[in-house]
Design a binder for this molecule. Structure first.
Ligand SMILES: NC(=O)c1ccc[n+]([C@@H]2O[C@H](COP(=O)([O-])OP(=O)(O)OC[C@H]3O[C@@H](n4cnc5c(N)ncnc54)[C@H](O)[C@@H]3O)[C@@H](O)[C@H]2O)c1
Length: 372
């Protein structure tokens, strides 16, 4: 039924050269489950096959950990600065057989909902319909758009679960690195639960205070997660030093920005006892080792940031109860994601407490067995 038990190599890799035009990139299907796989499409200037393969593997791990009946995939397009619409039309024609064959490709870095609409249309692909599966009664955007904060919700649940497991009663001081869709939702989630946001960072630097008013910061942040420095609340400190978010004294650090934000060069500056990854591959392998060696806890992205991917997978696999009204359906998806993140975080911390080394492989092995 699935090839998830044999996780050494991708199920297959497709090199894209274009169809009726040129597009350079890859689709890596890391694993298939019942003939299905899914993952986002990223478009950057430097994307490589290895990067796409690593991200596809992460998707497999996410779905395995969450117990979702679908394999992991990812697409990467090398951005060449050409006409955007033409690129996505060509991409749509090229991946048409994959989309119709059970490989659902969504959005990732550098690709917008409008781009997705272009390549879905060019491929004549509508995820509402698939041979052998019941039709979705709502269109993709109607289903997916209300779930924008779902990733941040799951990351928040992972953080709160780990704080509770540590027996912590008092509010945590929190730094959120990255103030985009994920970072803003996590900051709101944690503040609503009584924790204190003491630092946030965007691509331009770090803003800190004894207590940052999250709603006021959100109000001056644009759609790309850039905080307007001319409209900041009073009595905040602004720093443009490299990775200054690591220097803010905090109990919890949420990584919700770029790949390898925490790395071999800067991990020694970590002050928080708990790190939760909201971004994919947010810390390098060396950084993870350093975090463990320092006695700090790290909840990885494959556990914490499943919200967006799980929301999509729940629809593609038709697990979501579509008969529920829109609000109830949204609550159902948020609860489903929260439950999975909570359970996986608890189990990971239990394995970590029982032995040395990275606890994630043991948890993955256990979840793979659960799926057979
Ligand atoms: N949106 C989702 O549902 C989702 C799901 C899983 C993983 N992710 C990953 O999580 C990360 C954040 O996603 P998002 O949707 O919030 O992205 P976004 O583009 O909305 O926001 C990114 C934020 O990170 C900041 N940033 C970028 N480079 C930085 C740097 N060097 N230092 C500090 N801040 C920096 C940006 O200024 C912005 O505030 C991305 O890596 C994304 O791939 C997102």
């Amino acid at each position: 039924m699935s090839d998830l038990e044999n996780p050494q190599q991708p199920a297959f890799t497709v090199r894209l050269n274009g169809s009726g035009g040129t597009v350079r990139g890859w689709v890596v299907v890391d694993s298939l489950y019942d003939g299905l796989a899914m993952g986002g499409t990223r478009m950057t200037t430097g994307v490589t096959e290895d990067e796409v393969a690593g991200l596809a593997r992460d998707m497999t791990d996410k779905f395995t950990l969450a117990g979702l009946p679908i394999g992991g995939a990812k697409a990467g397009i090398v951005s060449d600065g050409g006409d955007r619409e033409e690129t996505f039309r060509t991409f749509g024609r090229t991946v048409k057989p994959l989309l119709h064959g059970g490989i659902h490709l969504g959005i990732d870095m550098g690709v917008t909902p409008a781009d997705r609409a272009v390549f879905f249309a060019e491929a004549g692909y509508d995820p509402r319909y698939r041979l052998g599966a019941p039709d979705m009664p709502v269109d993709w955007r109607t289903y997916y758009e209300p779930l924008i904060d779902c990733t941040g919700h799951g990351v928040g649940v992972g953080a709160v679960t780990a704080l509770e497991a540590d027996g912590r009663a008092e509010p945590a001081r929190v730094v959120v690195q990255g103030f985009g869709a994920v970072g803003r939702a996590v900051a709101r989630f944690l503040e609503e639960r009584g924790h204190v946001v003491v630092g946030v960072a965007d691509v331009e630097g770090t803003i800190s205070a004894d207590r940052l008013p999250v709603a006021d910061l959100v109000a001056v942040t644009d759609e790309f997660g850039r905080i307007d420095r001319s409209r900041l609340p009073q009595n905040v400190t602004v720093s443009t030093g490299p990775d200054a978010w690591l220097d803010v004294d905090a109990d919890l650090l949420v990584l919700a920005a770029q790949k390898y934000a925490l790395n071999a060069e800067n991990a020694h500056r970590l002050r928080a006892g708990l790190v939760v990854e909201g971004a994919n591959l947010a810390s390098s392998a060396e950084a993870k080792e350093k975090v463990r060696a320092a006695g700090a806890t790290l909840v990885p992205g494959v556990i914490a940031n499943i919200g967006g991917a799980a929301s999509a997978a729940l629809a593609v696999t038709r697990v979501v109860p579509f008969d529920l009204a829109a609000d109830a359906r949204k609550a159902w998806v948020f609860d489903w994601v929260g439950d999975r993140v909570r359970q996986n975080t608890r189990d990971l911390l239990e394995i970590a407490a029982a032995g040395a080394g990275d606890p994630l492989p043991a948890l993955l092995t256990a979840r793979r067995k659960d799926r057979r």
